[in-house]
Design a protein around this ligand. Sequence first.
Ligand code: NAP
Length: 282
Amino acid sequence: MAYIIDGKRISGEIKDEVREQVEALKKQGREITLAVIQVGKDPASTVYVGNKKKACEYVGIRSLAYELPEETTEKELLEKVKELNQDGQVDGILVQLPLPAHICENRIIEAISPKKDVDGFHPQSVGALSIGKEGFVSCTPAGVLMLLKRSGIEIEGKECVVMGRSNIVGKPMAMLLLRENGTVTVCHSRTQNLKEIAKRADILVVAVGKPKFVTEEYVKPGACVIDVGIHRNENNKLCGDVDFERVEPVAGAITPVPGGVGPMTIAMLMYNCLWAAKRENE
Ligand code: NAP
């Protein structure tokens, strides 16, 4: 039986730690503010934005919500970002993705001040991570790293396989594991012998965006399996990229879906907002 890595508990601990530090800063007269921009009414985005707002309330971070209409032009959005960049009261800026097709996401991400880039998507943040400099780290991979560390899973010298190479999950995940001295292999849709490579892993991080893709055939007995995927199955129940029922008996440790990586993403966003404010104070 695998050890179940409890993302709900660990994310709760992180939020409580952030809350304590936010309170301490408040006592010194320093309030932290996160600005969240949503363009259009994508239902999934509305849920994510709502959850971020709730987390802000819990930890004591002030959240400013900008709900812009679907027809907002790229120029108008850039102006809003610029205004928030210049607003001394705002510590973090988050533009909820995806944006409507007529707006170039990269141009918007690049317009956010790297000092307020709490999502960690700005090229400067990504570059800092890849050369080992301090900077914001994308919340989901940062959450995975936190799960590993707080579950006592050693990374140094271990074979780490990351399945998926997206800019927001796979690539920063690989960089983080490398920073922790893991031996890292990144797989993607063109990888050959995927099962054999995955089976080498002591730590297997799965972010392929395909429900129940990874079965026991991909997993070395005793490996730690981290499932980043989130999907709804035919019965509207949540499931991940890993077939939990088949993999759990083989793995040494595993994250469930829900209750694994999911809650960590928002906890790390709160952590990044706190860090933005502390960094600014310094
Ligand atoms: P993505 O942008 O769609 O990237 C998927 C990656 O998987 C790509 O690099 C793709 O390779 C690779 N891939 C696809 N099919 C594959 C296959 N058959 N074999 C090997 N690699 C394959 O997805 P993402 O944004 O990284 O997200 C991944 C999953 O995590 C999704 O289920 C998403 O919903 C979830 N997610 C969860 C959170 C959270 O908070 N828990 C946050 C973000 C994402 P190519 O590059 O070759 O196309």
